[in-house]
Each structure stands twice: as structure tokens, then as C-alpha cells.
Design a protein around this ligand. Sequence first.
Ligand code: ZN
Length: 471
Amino acid sequence: MHAELRLHEDRLFPSDPDQRAVARRLYAEVRELPIVSPHGHTDPRWFADDEPFSDPTTLLLAPDHYIYRMLYSQGVKLEELGIPREDGGPVETDRREAWRRFAENWFLFRGTPTRLWLDHVLHELFGVRERLSAETADRIYDQIAACLAKPEFRPRALFERFGIEVLATTESPLDPLIHHQKLRRSGWKGRVVTTYRPDPVLDPEATGFAANVARLGELTGQDTSTWSGYLAALADRRRFFASLGATATDHGHPSAATFDLPRSECEALLGKALAGAVMPTEAERFRGQLLTEMARMSLEDGMVMQIHPGVHRSHNPSVLRDFGRDRGADIPVQTEYVRGLKPLLDRFGNEPRLTIIVFTLDESTYSRELAPLAGHYPALRIGPAWWFYDSPEGMRFYRERITETAGFYNTVGFNDDTRAFPSIPARHDVARRMDCAFLARWVTEHRIDEDEAREVAVDLAYRLAKRAYKL
Ligand SMILES: [Zn+2]
């Protein structure tokens, strides 16, 4: 007899009985609300083609760098998980074998959000009732595979079953958005929108930058070797993205530095960047200038701007060389916002019509920088606890550090930021439970009345994301 897989009704709620009772009542108000997912990285092709997901490994392991990261840290080779090598070298091609490797290491995920999310997926979506382990791996694999063969497990059916009201994907300005166009034509009522992520054409240190900018010129008929043509091309692609539902842009720069440089310097920097001759400090100035330009364009076209800096991407050079990007080797770096954002805020911070959502992986900035900034500038909002902090303790810390300065209404609700489609309900459920747990403590400390807490809980779970992202 194997250990049972159970989801406790009170998971993540306070153990204090008074607080727990309030948390239960608040959660009852939000648990069934539709999911608004304004930022994520699912593949629009899934919804455009609506083909069945092929197998459990491809569905649950392949898109999830949280899983790779932990297994790799404990000596599991990425080849054993079937991740293709850049040099085409041999890797595990049997999906079931890769699943077994994962299952026998399931204990490594104890105490991590991955464990919470995947237990939720296995239990709620696939009806699994025994704990994943080396012994149960094959049985659970077969159970999931049998589900995936059924029509009710196709992408669109799952989208509807999950109660997703709107889901945003993320694409490069060079993307022709064929899947989004197909979705528009399909007549399906599920709402999937794109997001404008221009890093490949804004970052002189991005792979193939000059070729990317040349391609941007071809797509738009602009001369992108000139500063004015380059900006016009960026604006043109924003309009194209907006025509396919985009309401937001997304900027994953290494830092939050912004600049407001004279035009002559912008022109010179673009020339150097296209020639591949920028120094790192110049690349930083160029990217920072572009954030300010993006804010100006947002004011004109109404798109919400997201800035999530502070990640050293692909920290491990041998993993980058052998397996490419997004393999779990991204590490947070210390991030500064107060001086960094100032040039942009000097120009646009007082614009209530502009919304700039700032994320962080540097928790020390919540109370010292982000809450005071967002608690003052009308254009600024704080994004949810993100990535490494998309976790119960991360969310608790986030609310504790920012609420007294920025309140609830300078935040923008939750976003799951995930590539792992089946985990979306699980991730939103964790956020809803943690927000209810936080509010329950404040209710029992008589810092907020329960009727107000109920309203806040609904705002955090649903209304704030819709409003902030204009969805
Ligand atoms: Zn993201």
C-alpha cells in the first residue's frame, strides 16, 4: 500500500483556529472566481491547434525549468530527463524513462512550491490518489496518459475547465503571431492574447541583435538603421500586437536602469549597437533609454508596461552551451530601483493614464524601494511575488513588507508567469489561499473589518489584475 495523495482543505491557512475560521470564510468567496492570467509563457499553438498533449513527460516536465533546476542540483543529468542537447548528442528519448527518473527523485521537492503545484495537478486534474514515487511512477504515468487521450483533456477543454477568463502569452516583436491569428479566426470563445516582449530588438547584448533589428525593419518597411526609423518600427509592431489583443509590454532587462539621453547620443548608440561595438555600459544606457521610449509609447497607445529586472540569465555556461536558455540556471541579482527608474519617472511618473508594473527578485527592495515608489507615483504599481518568490513564504513576505506603505491597491493581483499550463489553477489557488491567510490575521488583530477583507480578497484574486492590465 502506497502513501495516499491528499489535498487538505485547510492547506496554507493559519493553524490558529480563529484565524483559520476567517481564512476559510474569505477563501469561500474567491475560490471559484475566474482566473485572470495576464502574464505567462504558455504556447499559443496549443490553443490554436487544439491537438491532444502527447504524453505526461512532455506536458508536465518539459516546460518546467523549476523541475530541471532542482534535479540538476542533485546530480540528475539533463540528458536523463530527455532535454535535447544543442550538439544533437544522445539523450533519453523514452519519455517514460524520463518520468521514472523524475518520480524517484520526487522527495527532493518536499517543501517547494513545485511540490504543492504538482500535487494539486495530479489530484485535481488527473484524479491521482497515491503519492508519486519510484513504485507508483508507471501507474501514475499510465493514468495521466489515459486522461490525455480523452477529448476533455485537449488544450481548449482544459482552458474552459480551469475557468480561465483571459490568458496572456508572450511573444517577440519579430513573431508573426500566426497562432494568435488562427485563434482569432477560429471562432473559439476562449480569450488568449499576446504580450509584446521586445528584448531581442532592444538589447544590444541579445543574441543576433543586429539581424533582429534588420528583420524588424523588413517587417515594418522602416529604415531601422536610423533612430527615428527604429522607433517607428517598434511602435508599428506594438500596433500589430494590440490588434491581436495585446494590452501589455514586458521587459526582462538585467537591471532597472532607465535613461533620458539627448537624441545625438541615442543615434550614436544605435549605430554602435548595430555594428556590434557597444561596451557593456553603453548597452546599459541603450536599454535604459529604450525603457523610457517604451513608456512614452505606452502613454500614446495605452499599453501597460511590465519591467522585471534583476536576473542573471544562464548563469551556468556549460548548461547554456549544452542545452540552451531556460534550463533552470537563471539566478537573481541585487537590484536598484530608486535611482534606476528616476529618469523614466521624471518624465512619466506623474501620469495616471500610464501603468508601469515593476517586479523584483530582490526581496530587500520591497519595503525600502518598491512600496515607497509605488505608494507615491501614480504611474507605478508593484507586480506580485515573482519566480523564486512565487511561493507561500514569498507571498507572505511580500504582503508583510509592502502593504503598510503601498496598500493593496498599488498592487496588481496575481500572475502565474508559467510555461506549465496544467499548473495554472494550482498556482492561482496558492496565491488566493495565501492572501486569505494574510487577511485573516489582520481581521483577527482588528486591523481590518471582515467585510472589507472580503472585498480586498476578491480584488486581489480577480479585479485588480483585470483593471491593471485593462483586460
Ligand atoms: Zn514572464
